[in-house]
Design a protein around this ligand. Structure first.
Ligand code: PRP
Length: 183
């Protein structure tokens, strides 16, 4: 659904800001990975929208794979538990892995995945996160490609959900508290 969704309190990152920033991220990643065997790993489901746009902003050769993990359940708090729901389709040994995530909240998911991919023998493992919540990481890590740093509030849109809804909003916004209060 387009702008003006009745459940959205405020837009934090507009569609135009996303497009501009992701184009710039794509240029930076293209420059850094040119000539290397790049595998972009999207973390389902939320990162699907980001991966689709980020990969179209690349002008180098690459392949894509997806993993599905769960750390949230249906609540709006991270559980800290990472479960693999769908594993990679191909081996990653010797390849340069770039994990593409829609959001970094506590960082537990990415920390787990980065360690997991290094154990599998990836030549390198780096992270591209569309949004990072400020002051939310349990153990801050360095992330070379960050789209936006946003306040530590509950956000939806551009792949981010509340109980599986709102992923298709073309912007990132704050949900009206009335929508999730009482749950
Ligand atoms: C979200 C997001 C990250 C994770 C970030 O996924 O896509 O994978 O939470 O949280 P963390 O930094 O606290 O670990 P979610 O489990 O909601 O699944 P989804 O992508 O299917 O919505």
């Amino acid at each position: 659904m387009a702008a003006g969704h009745p459940d959205i309190e405020r837009v934090l990152v507009t569609q135009e800001q996303l497009a501009e920033r992701i184009t710039a991220m794509g240029a930076a990643i293209s420059a850094d990975y040119r000539g290397r065997d790049l595998l972009i790993i999207g973390v389902l489901k939320g990162a699907a929208w980001f991966v689709a746009d980020l990969t179209r902003a690349l002008d180098i050769d690459f392949t894509v794979d997806f993993m599905a993990v769960s750390s949230y359940g249906n609540a709006h708090k991270s559980s800290g538990v990472v479960r693999i729901l769908k594993d990679l389709d191909t081996p990653i040994e010797g390849r340069h892995v770039l994990i593409a995530e829609d959001i970094l909240d506590t960082g537990l998911t990415l920390k787990y995945l980065a360690r997991n991919f290094r154990t599998r023998g990836a030549a390198s493992v780096e992270i591209a996160a569309c949004v990072v919540k400020e002051d939310a990481q349990e153990e801050p890590m360095s992330i070379p490609y960050v789209g936006f740093v946003i306040p530590n509030e509950f956000v939806v849109g551009y792949g981010l959900d509340y109980s599986e809804h709102y992923r298709g909003l073309p912007y990132i916004g704050l949900l009206k508290p009335a929508i999730y209060e009482g749950n």
